[in-house]
Design a protein around this ligand. Structure first.
Ligand code: GDD
Ligand code: MG
Length: 336
């Protein structure tokens, strides 16, 4: 089976990290987000993944120079301009010659959803397309999907106004699509699968969905990106991943708690890192305190800095000694 993985977005909500690398090439505990997504598809029997690329495609080509990722063959489909989700799927299918039933996946979703179950459900109902659903507390930043009793989708409401969603079951960003659906997508312009393709299938009565409360997270915001790491450290996804890379150098008088410390990072005496992500090659000087924050690769955090409350420091940033960052991004929006 083949899968199309959407990885062409700009990753705006994860800036400044995504100024240096596309969202799906950001490391999650030392393994890129994309490798984690593709490994899951591989485990479900997918043998070829078509990467639907737009933003910074060359970075994907050099990261996976042999066109293999997590044991799966990669095909690159680079859009000339962003075509939005359905436009991107159609472009990728045409570029890679996919004419059979296919899985399509948002490239920033990490989950333990059962793909075999999704496929079985799709077959059972003879659906044109089947969407995996997951429950969330606040559905307003997702696609909301109310169902009939028989599992048929009653409506697809992308990003409803807060408080108006008819259900807290949302589109998990994992679909089975029949060739007829891909053929129906108009070519050569932006088409949103959430706002155009799925609502049309609702009208035809051929869109189905399957609910699952397996682990699921869209890692596309700083809060969620941090949460993915904490979930791995806490063992919420089965095995507990170790937080401190073997090649990191942490002084005996530094305190690290519930955090990922990337390869080659250096943490000096008296520094504290709590509930945070510190990427490869970062240097944290004496007495600095990092809490609930993300430090991009190779950044330098000076003596006595405080970086807290979901602050995000970009790749290669030099943060002067004594700087206090609370709920801030460095560089900030003025420099994006
Ligand atoms: N190739 C390509 N071209 N990829 C794109 C484009 C495009 O024009 N636009 C977005 N993408 C990719 C992103 O890189 C990401 O992997 C995926 O498509 C989804 O885009 P996001 O920007 O992350 O969307 P979202 O998180 O706001 O909402 C989507 O995901 C939710 C679940 O995580 C929607 O599908 C919602 O309905 C869904 O609930
Ligand atoms: Mg997303």
């Amino acid at each position: 089976m083949k899968a199309i993985v959407l990885v062409g977005g700009f990753g705006t909500r994860l800036r400044p990290l995504t100024l240096s690398a596309p969202k799906q090439l950001l490391p999650i505990g030392g393994v890129t987000m994309l490798e984690r997504v593709v490994a899951k598809l591989g485990a479900a029997g997918v043998e070829e993944v078509v990467l639907s690329l737009g933003y910074q495609p060359d970075m994907f080509r050099s990261e996976f120079a042999d066109a293999r990722c997590a044991g799966v063959d990669l095909v690159y489909a680079v859009e000339p301009e962003p075509l939005d989700t359905a436009g991107a799927i159609a472009f990728a299918a045409d570029a890679a010659g996919v004419s059979e039933r296919v899985l399509a996946v948002n490239g920033d979703v990490l989950s333990d959803l059962d793909i075999a179950d999704l496929l079985a459900h799709h077959d059972r109902f003879g659906a044109a397309a089947t969407i995996a659903l997951t429950p969330v507390e606040d559905p307003s930043r997702y696609g909301v999907v109310p169902l009939d009793d028989d599992g048929r989708v009653r409506a697809f409401i992308e990003k409803p106004e807060p408080g108006t969603a008819p259900s807290n079951w949302i589109n998990a960003g994992i679909y089975v699509l029949e060739p007829s659906v891909i053929q129906s997508i108009p070519r050569g312009r932006k088409v949103s699968i959430e706002r155009e393709t799925f609502p049309a299938l609702v009208g035809a009565g051929t869109l189905y969905a399957v609910q699952s409360d397996a682990y699921w997270i869209d890692a596309g915001t700083p809060a969620a990106f941090l949460q993915v790491h904490l979930d791995l450290l806490d063992g919420r996804r089965g095995t507990v991943e170790s937080g401190v890379d073997r090649t990191a150098r942490v002084d005996a008088d530094a305190k690290i708690s519930r955090s990922f410390i990337g390869s080659g990072a250096v943490v000096a005496a008296g520094a504290e890192v709590i509930d945070s992500v510190v990427m490869a090659g970062v240097r944290i000087a004496h007495g600095a305190r990092i809490e609930r924050s993300i430090i991009g690769a190779r950044a330098l955090i000076g003596d006595g800095c405080e970086v807290t409350e979901l602050s995000v420091v970009g790749y290669d940033q030099d943060v002067d000694a004594g700087t206090i960052l609370r709920a801030e991004r460095l560089p900030g929006p003025d420099n994006w």
